[in-house]
Design a protein around this ligand. Structure first.
Ligand code: NAD
Ligand code: MN
Length: 499
């Protein structure tokens, strides 16, 4: 079994206790590899390395173009390992090999390149408007790196999340300590290998695997860390924000969601049904922006639901390493218990379970649960308000579109959502009224490395991806250059002197 190591200050090493932990394939519950269990002390060492590398200024002092050249080497190495990454991603997290081969590996690697290229092209000098009262001066803004960034990532898209934290931090000139989720560290560790091979200055990139409750607090409280970027649950986000407050770190948080899919009467029915199912059951529902509340108009309700129940039967649940499988298990026993708890709760709350709700027949190993659809759901029920993070859809009937929008917005979350309609301008008007960071029209889930992604309300703080996301890895420095030729003309010095 492969035994992975931490990467600190340009070297691979074990945890200081030597302790390791097996990571498990959720499809068959078998161990895949051994991963170090880092201590607080290991975390401190990584932070110190990142701090020293940043303060020395080698990486931060390089031109973005030179940094991009180094990072494109990482991209080339990742590209050569694409199929390995796809396979490992599927085994470690239970994502289907179909998805990791078609999406996580190729798209994650492409995102790495796109983020590096976009970051390298961002203007770091921003002229400001001319000021002629009360003084004449030349003012401009320079974008500088923030410093030491901690990247804390979840288990649902382990490789993509590692890329989304690492590429922006590095191209903008920061140093980073990356902490993958305990259940799915392997592809982030492969990213570390690629970075090691590309020979970045030591300490610029570090990776620490270990428990969130040990490594996390060190990353969020150590005064040497300037910024924490977390993708995770809203609960963890609140914790991180509290911990980071003591040293007023910059934070960006990508948190949970309970996103709405609003189907309009004039929607293309085939598209809307498949879109709503894709929005919910893709990756067994373990996606932060999943459209887990589907609003369907009463006028087409029966037809829509009949087609939905037929189409949900076309989802092929099974061994995630089989290319024909389109839905795998959830990531862990704990997650399966949570999902089952919500399925029981939905029934207690009076929703009607139309399909699913149980382990698929004949599958005795692995953390599997069938795609589950509830209707007769009221938006105030807990199954419609709380993030389940599993393959569970709540269908809510509506009569008037204003009522649908109002219910869509009646949520503590605001991450994603979709509108299905043949009238695109009308759908855009509705999208503008949905209080979430991303709205798809006649589609779902397509995140684009060049477009910002993030949450309103308790779905997060700040944005990731796109120019907005890259700028979150910079500080704004204002420089004022006085252009007044001589002392006598500086009338504002008279604020202090009257002679
Ligand atoms: P989680 O919050 O349990 O863990 C996320 C990361 O935080 C892990 O690496 C974990 O080890 C770490 N962590 C745990 N406790 C910590 C602490 N006290 N201090 C610092 N770090 C700590 O989330 P998860 O279960 O891994 O992932 C699922 C959640 O992530 C869902 O809520 C989902 O919506 C959210 N998510 C959001 C996005 C987004 O972009 N908005 C994307 C993916 C997942
Ligand atoms: Mn695993």
């Amino acid at each position: 079994m492969e035994r992975y190591q931490l990467f600190i200050d340009g070297r691979f090493c074990d945890a200081d206790t030597g302790e390791t932990r097996p990571t498990i394939n959720p499809g068959n519950e078998e161990p895949i590899a051994l991963v170090p269990v880092a201590t607080r002390n290991d975390t401190k060492r990584a932070i110190e390395a990142a701090r020293r590398s940043f303060d020395e200024g080698t990486w931060a002092g390089m031109s973005p173009k030179d940094r991009a050249a180094k990072l494109m080497k990482v991209f080339e190495i990742l590209k050569s390992k694409e199929s390995e990454i796809a396979e490992l991603e599927s085994k470690d997290g239970g994502s289907t090999i179909r998805k990791t081969t078609m999406m996580d590996a190729p798209v994650g690697i492409e995102h790495f390149k796109q983020l590096v290229e976009l970051g390298a092209a961002l203007p770091l000098y921003e002229p400001l408007p001319w000021v002629d009262f009360p003084f004449v001066s030349w003012n401009f803004v320079n974008r500088e790196p923030i410093g030491v960034c901690a990247g804390i990532i979840p288990w649902n898209f382990p490789f993509m999340m590692a890329v989304w934290k690492t590429a922006p931090a590095l191209i903008m000139g920061n140093s980073i300590v990356l902490k993958p989720a305990s259940d799915t560290p392997l592809t982030a560790l492969e990213l570390a290998k690629a970075i090691a091979e590309a020979d970045l200055p030591p300490g610029v990139f570090n990776i620490i695997t270990g428990s969130g409750s040990v490594v996390g607090p060190e990353l969020c409280t150590n005064p040497m860390v300037d910024k924490v970027a977390l993708t995770g649950s809203t609960e963890t986000g609140k914790n991180v924000m509290r911990m980071a407050a003591d040293t007023v770190k910059k934070v960006t948080l990508e948190l949970g969601g309970k996103s709405p899919t609003i189907v309009l009467e004039d929607a293309d029915l085939d598209l809307a049904v498949d879109g709503a199912l894709f929005g919910t059951f893709f990756h067994a529902g373990q996606v932060c922006e999943s459209g887990t509340r589907c609003f369907v108009p009463a006028s087409i309700y029966d037809k829509f639901m009949a087609q939905m129940l037929e189409r949900v039967g076309h989802i092929k649940i099974g061994d995630p390493q089989d290319f024909e499988t389109t839905m795998g298990p959830v990531v862990s026993k704990a997650q399966l218990n949570t999902v089952n708890g919500y399925i029981d709760l939905g029934q207690t709350e009076g929703a009607r379970m139309l399909c699913g709700g149980k382990r698929p027949a004949g599958m005795n190993k692995g953390f599997f649960i069938e795609p589950t659809i509830f209707d007769n759901v009221r938006n105030e029920m807990r199954i419609a308000q709380e993030e389940i993070f599993g393959p569970v859809l709540s269908v809510i009937r509506y009569n008037d579109v204003n009522e649908a929008i109002q219910m869509a917005n009646d949520s503590i979350y605001g991450l994603g959502g979709a509108v299905f309609s043949r009238n695109v301008p009308g759908a855009i008007d509705i999208a503008k009224r949905i209080r979430t960071g991303t709205v798809w029209i006649n589609d779902y889930h397509l995140l684009n490395a060049l477009a910002p992604f993030g949450g309103y309300k308790q779905s997060g703080v700040g944005r990731e991806l796109g120019p907005h996301g890259l700028l979150e890895y910079t500080q704004v420095k204002h420089i004022h250059v006085d252009l007044t030729a001589d002392r006598k003309k500086r009338f504002w010095y008279d604020y202090l002197f009257n002679d």
